[in-house]
Write a protein that binds this ligand. Structure first.
Ligand SMILES: C[S@@+](CC[C@H](N)C(=O)[O-])C[C@H]1O[C@@H](n2cnc3c(N)ncnc32)[C@H](O)[C@@H]1O
Length: 251
């Protein structure tokens, strides 16, 4: 896939991974279609055709974000309660399986993606590796789901944490994905319990993402949320951020 590098101008806002993809056989037209299932099916099929399964990380992996994620799962008042976690647009990333594996408290992790190819690859890999979680009550599941329709699978106020690594970025950068990114954010706020968070890992500059997030969460009642940003670090000269969007406590 990563053939001889071409001299392409880096499109504004594209990550290192997306740029490598840009040099691949996939065309710029497909980059504009990162909100489409067919684009991702093709991407993961191309990855799969390389032979042995390897997790593909759009950008950094679990180790870089574990200190942002695991503390959000600790509930000192009820250490035995199972935390329900969603990896939104999981692709073939190891993030969801690593949360399952490393969470000291019990977690029920669902890795969801619109691409059935990615979901099948993840299911097969989980069967092959049969990783044991730190907490014996934890579970891991994979689901083909268009996350603009989270309500089809999750009840309102049922999740404790949603992680999104690169998925909202992909939608916001594609030609027609902006509306879908807003729909997904609203769905997340509906299915999260009160005072629980959606964390978006992204290379989008806070000037742009905070403005967008604040506009989206200005709504009344259940859509109101508090937004925080923290720097995660720099990878290949690109600075990454963690945007934490937390639902308000029920009045
Ligand atoms: C940039 S990749 C990130 C994948 C993974 N989170 C990672 O860190 O490598 C975006 C992912 O979002 C998925 N996706 C795009 N639109 C989606 C939607 N509406 N619902 C669920 N997943 C979606 C794609 O299939 C793709 O796997």
């Amino acid at each position: 896939m990563f053939g001889r590098p071409l001299l392409l101008k880096r499109p504004r806002g594209l990550t290192g991974a997306a740029c490598r993809w840009h040099r691949s056989s996939l065309t710029a037209e497909l980059i504009e279609n990162m909100d489409k299932k067919a684009t991702w099916d093709r991407f993961y099929q191309e990855n799969m055709s390389k032979g042995e399964f390897r997790n593909f990380e759009w950008f950094f992996g679990f180790q870089s974000v574990r200190d942002f994620v695991l503390p959000l799962l600790q509930a000192p008042q009820s250490p035995h309660a199972v935390s329900r976690v969603l990896d939104l647009g999981c692709g073939t990333s190891a993030l969801g399986p690593c949360i399952f594996r490393h969470s000291p408290g019990p977690v029920e992790v669902t890795c969801a993606d619109i691409s059935p190819v990615a979901v099948q690859l993840m299911q097969e890999q989980a069967k092959r590796s049969s990783v044991q979680p730190q907490n014996p009550s934890s579970s891991l599941d994979f689901l083909e789901l268009d996350c603009t329709e989270l309500h089809r699978h999750f009840l309102p106020r049922s999740l404790d944490l949603i992680v999104d690594k690169g998925t909202t970025d992909a939608l916001l950068r594609s030609k027609e994905g902006h509306v879908k990114a807003g729909q997904i954010l609203k769905q997340c706020l509906r299915v999260l319990k009160s005072s629980k968070s959606l964390v978006q890992f992204s290379d989008e500059d806070p000037d742009a993402r905070m403005t967008w997030l604040e506009e989206q969460t200005l709504g009344p009642g259940e859509l109101a949320a508090d937004v925080l940003v923290q720097e995660v670090g720099t990878l290949r000269g690109v600075c990454y951020f963690c945007y934490q969007i937390t639902t308000r406590a029920a009045a």
